[in-house]
Ligand binder design. Sequence first.
Ligand code: SF4
Length: 448
Amino acid sequence: MSEPLLHSCAPRLFYIRTFGCQMNEYDSLQVLRQFTALGYAPVEDMGRADVIFLNTCSVRGKAEQKVHSFLGSLRRLKEAKPYLKIIAGGCVAQQLGRKLLDRFDHLDMVVGTRAVNSIGRLLQQLEETGARGVFLEDEGHIGLGFQCGEILPQKGITAPLTIMQGCNNHCAYCIVPSVRGAERSRRPEEILEEIGLLERSGVREVLLLGQNVNSYGRGLEEKIDFSGLLRRIVAETGLSRIRFTTSHPKDLTEDLMDCFAELGPLCKYLHLPVQAGSDRVLARMNRRYTAAAYLEKVDRLRRLCPEIALSSDVIVGFPGESEEDFRKTMELIEEVRFDNLFSFRYSDRPGTRATAFEDKVEAQTAAGRLAELQGRQAEISLGKNLAEVDATREVLVEGPSKASNGQMTGRTSQNKIVNFDGPLSATGKILRVRISVAYSHSLKGEPL
Ligand code: SF4
């Protein structure tokens, strides 16, 4: 048996640390809901927690190193508070399983991404028995993760919502299919029900999440694809705004592109990861589109919806990337002029095909290419933001700005952050704001 619970009349406190992507943030929300339903209370000071849940990310080497060093740093806390329970979830947990438990003897439990729906039950079990364990089972269903009617009031007016998990694509550099498993979509009714609950708790904007939302619906009994789901959400809910991520370019259908022109609440913003501008590199990455096919889709999107903003991901220094290949990536970003770009240096992820490729790019060369790409993109992003000055944009106000004292912050439909002077009571409203100043990553404006 574990040690008796201390302070039995006060609620036990839990702390969640999330590494990585928005999918992980959504999973952390599910953990928060389940722990709260058990009577635990969230705490922002990790030192006061009785339970620590660490949601890990293994998508890049750097992120995984951070997880390992954070886990190591918890040893002293556990020595000072032996009753503290430490749980590791997320992709590193799914991937390493027992190895993680063996490596960190102060870790109590490892819960993989496919077992996160059972986290409440597993915590209870841990509290009752004190037995360390590894739980990675695939329950084959992405449930709501909480009882209907028990949803917590949302902190913000925007909320993430996972509509599918897993991926069938097997890009050569990506660990996701092996840790998140094959694609599974949630039923539309379940998604609509969760949106209803979110709306009742004050949410006005939902971010639909999936590793590849464009393949939503495959395998469901009901015949529905992602554009069909978007149309149902617009018809059956009162959401002011809908966003989604991530989209695989090869699965971006004409019907889905039409949605940007047709559906008012669908934000005019698309994150469409290109990864490289060279067809040779794209083929080795197993992306299954060419640069020309990508550019054609961008062209069609802009014809259908001229105000659309685009962002993308690029991996620099993929094995075998020559100087000529890299120049093609630079040409592509010059041609598209993305509003925003997330760029990374390739790193080996154990268990992926690219790890076995022998023609690795020298670290210094890859770092130089990344710096060049990021430098140029910073100029393009600033130029795009400068073009916003004097325009009037509708801004969904999210609340006080963390960066600038006394200011409020919100986003345009194009996902641009706008800070402005305004009252707290504007939170949750859509205001018309005239843009007055542009920075690289945000805008400043005056409400009209
Ligand atoms: S589409 Fe490719 S990069 Fe995206 S999750 Fe699937 S395998 Fe990974």
